[in-house]
Design a protein around this ligand. Structure first.
Ligand code: BES
Ligand code: ZN
Length: 468
């Protein structure tokens, strides 16, 4: 993160904004003329910068990341209650929206054995794998494309497939269609392959993954003409109906006469993946959302603000999809912008970016881009990215963007996503940019409503991590 030296001391802006310097208790004579000329913060920016307390953000993360918050578990509900209580304590009207979803439960038994081979294999299950036991000859099937399998009969065989080009689901289905009893996909990059088939499907056979080196060794033997007989067992994976919750804190326009009728959303997700404390993913986004709600609680605004934390994001953007489905057409038309905060505090990640589903700039990237320029002297870049709760909003035509640091940290979705990897500086920066952007829209500056009817976007595909 780069800070322009001119921004400090921040209070030089008071002169530009025409505020009484006594408000800040600093005499105007303490500022050099050059500082006055180069400072660009508005009085709303000032309020955000002065009010955001990064220690509050840090303490929310610390509390939330004391344990993983898997959707539908008591730990997630505990986070929901914490968030609800904080919003309420700031004076918000808070709603809890429960919803059910089908959670994937991983297999209890998972094994791969190869006859006459002393190697101990520790495969992973692809999420949504089929269950079953299979014994058969291992057959190398390249990338497992339709073309790769078209002349093969895989009846009674176990297909060995390399990762790449097409989704894991397509590979599994292609092989299963040709009779394969089970599928093993090996990585095309170093490390474990933690993949998902994207959703349940009765046509799936047992589907396992192996690291690159292990898979390549097997593929080489097969290509050299060796015969390998394998035994695969996957048992106990299932879908289970669970209940998760969204938390919605609402602040109506503070002055009814000046109400533009518009709504601005700030969102994050409070669930985490199994085994991951999710300090950055996404306690960081929830914590910044809470702090911005606190900062904005008493602000004079002509726009309705909704601070929302979603459940079951990690299961496929389920909470945000349910929430958007529950919005009436009127609320959708009234919504001017959605700021999604997901993974906004890692020391070990790259710089802040704003990702839109289309990759094109929109109201959110324009407004937050302007705010970042005023705050930091350079515009936060925008790019393309889905993978978070801004997607369902974008799909109904709401200008939305995901705030995230890229490249992401190595601890993503691991037990090491913990509070010690969190940077207060990064949190502060994101809170200021998003806070200043939201306040820029919401400050009282218009008497006439300016509600534009957004056009729904078509053909937005939901990308799921590691489906390819
Ligand atoms: N915080 C991540 C999103 C993310 C991670 C974006 C890395 C960009 C880089 C989010 O919680 C997540 O993991 N999302 C899922 C997708 C979702 C549809 C299940 C993912 O990316 O696998
Ligand atoms: Zn996340």
């Amino acid at each position: 993160m780069k800070r322009y030296p001119f921004r400090k001391p921040l209070l030089s802006v008071a002169l530009v904004a025409g505020l009484a310097t006594s408000t800040f208790g600093i005499p105007s004579s303490s500022f050099a003329a050059s500082q006055v000329e180069t400072s660009v913060l508005t009085k709303e920016d000032q309020k955000i910068v002065q009010s955001v307390n990064v220690n509050n953000i840090y303490s929310h993360i610390s509390r939330l990341s004391s344990q993983p918050r898997v959707a539908g578990t008591p730990a997630e509900y505990n986070a929901v209650q914490y968030i609800q209580q904080k919003f309420s304590s700031y004076g918000y009207n808070v709603q809890i929206q429960p919803f059910t979803f089908e959670a994937y439960v991983p297999p209890t038994t998972l094994s791969l054995d190869i006859k006459d081979d002393n190697t101990k294999y520790t495969p992973q299950a692809l999420t949504y794998t089929g269950n079953g036991q299979a014994t058969g000859e291992l057959q190398y099937v390249g990338l497992g494309t339709e073309n790769d399998v078209k002349d093969l009969d895989l009846t009674g065989k176990i297909a060995l497939i390399e990762r790449g080009n097409i989704s894991f689901a397509e590979k599994v289905l292609n092989a299963a269609k040709k009779g394969a009893e089970a599928v093993i996909i090996y990585n095309n990059e170093d490390g474990e392959l933690n993949g998902t088939l994207g959703g349940a499907n009765d046509a799936y056979v047992p589907a396992l993954s192996l690291p690159k080196d292990v898979g390549e060794k097997l593929a080489k033997k097969l290509q050299d003409g060796e015969t390998l007989n394998a035994e695969v067992a996957v048992e106990g994976s299932k879908l289970e109906t669970r209940t998760s919750h969204n938390v919605i804190a609402t602040k109506k326009a503070s002055n009814q006469k000046k109400d533009t009728g518009e709504i601005v959303f700030v969102g994050a997700h409070h669930d985490s993946v199994e085994g991951a404390p999710g300090a950055n993913d996404d306690a960081s986004g929830v914590a910044v959302t809470l702090e911005l709600a606190r900062v904005m609680a008493k602000a004079k605004t002509d726009t309705e603000l909704r601070f929302v934390t979603f459940g079951a994001e990690e299961n496929g953007l389920i909470g945000s999809t349910k929430y958007v489905d529950s919005l009436g057409q009127n609320d959708i038309f009234r919504t001017r912008a959605m700021f999604q905060l997901d993974m906004v505090g890692s020391k070990d990640a790259g710089d802040l970016v704003m990702n839109t589903v289309s990759g094109q700039p929109n109201t959110v990237t324009d407004i937050a881009g302007d705010a970042s320029e005023r705050l930091n002297g350079e515009r936060t870049p925008y790019g393309q990215g889905d993978r978070s709760d801004h997607v369902p909003f974008a799909e109904v035509g709401i200008p939305s963007a995901l705030f995230i640091h890229e490249p992401t940290e190595p601890w993503y979705h691991t037990p090491d996503d913990t509070i010690d990897k969190i940077s207060k500086e990064k949190l502060q920066d994101v809170a200021e940019i998003v806070g200043a952007g939201v306040y820029d829209i919401a400050k009282i500056d218009r008497v006439t409503p300016n509600v534009k009817k957004p056009k729904p976007m078509k053909n937005v595909s939901k990308e799921v991590q590691d489906v390819k």
